[in-house]
Design a protein around this ligand. Structure first.
Ligand code: IMP
Ligand code: MG
Length: 172
């Protein structure tokens, strides 16, 4: 059975997402925030987080891909899809999980070239693993062990995204 034990329940996710939304709103009080969601993994976290942020936001998305099966390919496809106006804006990048760090480091480098006024990152999960890129996230929902996980947006080759909780993945 590929869907293993529940690591983080839907209720825990919702509670933590509300906390992060409040923190982000306080840290950016009086400002407008451009929220850039990395598709598809962040889709549920993104929409729940957005509804917990109480300051004005504008939404942008970018579709990126790096994983094949349960391993990173080391190549981030889709940075060329980065659209939107970030110059002079307060920007928050939202992703599902920080693993090797390659995705966030390459994306934030591309964003910095557009000279945003401020740039921060939020991830629901951070894997306790040696990063391949020197990067951290400003807002982290949960630290998790180095195990492949599925659910709440996280997929295995496109499957299991719609599980409401986060589960360990059991390879066949
Ligand atoms: P990084 O570039 O290695 O930091 O990986 C980030 C991307 O890899 C995330 O945006 C996810 O799409 C994917 N990823 C990393 N770990 C997992 C996992 O455990 N389950 C599902 N996707 C993952
Ligand atoms: Mg992703």
């Amino acid at each position: 059975m590929p869907v293993g034990k529940t690591l983080i329940s839907a209720a825990q996710i919702h509670r933590r997402t509300r906390e992060l939304g409040q923190l982000i709103s306080n840290d950016h009080a009086g400002k407008e925030l451009v929220v850039l969601g990395l598709m598809n993994g962040s889709i549920f976290f993104l929409t729940d987080l957005l509804r917990s942020i109480t300051i004005p936001t504008r939404l942008e998305t970018c579709r990126l891909q790096s994983y094949q099966d349960t391993h990173t390919t080391g190549q981030i496809r889709g940075i060329e899809n980065l659209e939107g106006e970030f110059r002079g804006k307060h920007v928050l990048v939202v992703d599902d999980i920080l693993d090797t760090g390659l995705t966030l480091s390459k994306l934030t480098a591309a964003l910095r070239a557009q000279k945003p006024r401020s740039l921060r990152t939020a991830v629901l999960l951070s894997k306790q693993v040696a990063r391949k890129a020197r990067v951290t996230a400003h807002y982290i929902g949960f630290e998790i062990p180095n195990h492949f996980v599925i659910g709440y947006g996280l997929d295995y080759n496109g499957a299991y995204r719609s599980l409401p909780s986060i589960h360990l993945f059991n390879p066949a």
